[in-house]
Write a protein that binds this ligand. Sequence first.
Ligand SMILES: CC(C)(COP(=O)(O)OP(=O)(O)OC[C@H]1O[C@@H](n2cnc3c(N)ncnc32)[C@H](O)[C@@H]1OP(=O)(O)O)[C@@H](O)C(=O)NCCC(=O)NCCS
Length: 339
Amino acid sequence: MVRPRCAGRPTTIKSLATYVPPRILTNADLEMMVETSDEWILQRTGIRERHIVDPGVGTSDLAREAALKAIAQAGLTPDDIGLIVVGTVTPDMMFPSTACLLQHKIGAHRAWGFDLSAACSAFTYSLTVASQIVASGGHEHALVVGADVMSSIIDYKDRATCVLFGDGAGAVVVSAAQRDGDGDGAILDFEHEIDGGGGAALCMPAGGSLRPSSHETVDQRLHYVKQDGQQVFKFAVRKTEEISRRILARNGLTPGDLSLFVSHQANRRIIESAAGRLGVPAEKVIINIERFGNTTAATIPLALNDAVCSGRLRRGDLILLASVGAGFTVGTVLVRWGF
Ligand SMILES: CC(C)(COP(=O)(O)OP(=O)(O)OC[C@H]1O[C@@H](n2cnc3c(N)ncnc32)[C@H](O)[C@@H]1OP(=O)(O)O)[C@@H](O)C(=O)NCCC(=O)NCCS
């Protein structure tokens, strides 16, 4: 057996909180905006509704709600946080980073931090980065946030993408663990990949240094998500299975050892196909895309939160987080749940 990648002292997810804006965009609402139907959306994606911010609300606002709850739930104050990593593809603005804006909003006076851009893998990547810094002894407590206001970059005239996405945030506090044993929480291992060859399949073409914003880019609707849905779908199913098998094998585990498989929520059919190929039975798979759509960096914490609230995730459970996103980015984190 090859050694897991995690080195240093053990770390754990100490708390979890989420936030979604109150306004709901239903499939019926979308039927009035583009040529689509509730039946098509539900059958092809599993989504019934998604939460959407009101104008003037940014990613840092959603992140703030989740972060303050997660910090309090961990029995800490914002001053205890040494590091803030915000996974997002919809920062409030190009700079300053959302981590800076969040640090100020929650009053985390002793923290440094940064944004991490990995699209739908942002939560798994951010969790790994924060966990490794805590494991190294760099900090006792790190705040990891996955938050996106996807409605800010979605073209509500493009039926192929506008039905898929929603807004939301999730936050966890990653802390040094007492020890890595049965019943105690631990972030056990991670496995990540990127494949830049898939970049064109899912991107927002304008607004960066290559194609700065101009009247032309706005006229061409290049500040919105563009996607080759089928290419992304096939890659996501194949890679979710492949990388999950690799991390489990490295730890001497099989899919049968998992209490719960917590995949990024992009499409119900992607999750069911990947879980089916892995051989994880439906009762061990969390699917909550019906209520939130694809909230990009927030889907995994939102799924974890539902699992905890419904009693499907308990202290000591072995769970696998898995994600595929634009880039392409691919991520898995093996976790023993600690509360
Ligand atoms: C986007 C996605 C739901 C489309 O589903 P699909 O089964 O691949 O559908 P297709 O793209 O083949 O389109 C099938 C038909 O439905 C139509 N269609 C697309 N969106 C539609 C909508 N919202 N309502 C009704 N019809 C729609 C297409 O125009 C096409 O019509 P045609 O056959 O007349 O050309 C699916 O490809 C997907 O989920 N891909 C992955 C997306 C993803 O995960 N993105 C985030 C990654 S992190």
